[in-house]
Design a protein around this ligand. Structure first.
Ligand code: FES
Length: 70
């Protein structure tokens, strides 16, 4: 689904960005250009980025917990 119409950025692209780069809004704006024109996508794009980071952080924490027990 397109999140940023101005730059044709999809939710999948934002999730991929978050998986590789973490939850860095400024870096995402620089690389994907999301929110750099009309700005109407900014809130939704930030929410997708934040949600994606939260999930990957939880996965990392649970992976750490497992490794400490072994
Ligand atoms: S829709 Fe993203 S900058 Fe316009």
């Amino acid at each position: 689904m397109y999140v940023c119409i101005c730059h044709a950025v999809t939710d999948s692209q934002i999730k991929e960005f978050a998986a590789s780069n973490g939850c860095n809004w400024r870096k995402m704006r620089d690389e994907l250009k999301t929110g750099n024109d009309c700005g109407s996508c900014a809130i939704k794009a930030k929410r997708i980025l934040t949600d994606s980071c939260s999930k990957s952080d939880e996965a990392a924490l649970s992976a750490d917990g497992k490794s400490e027990r072994n």
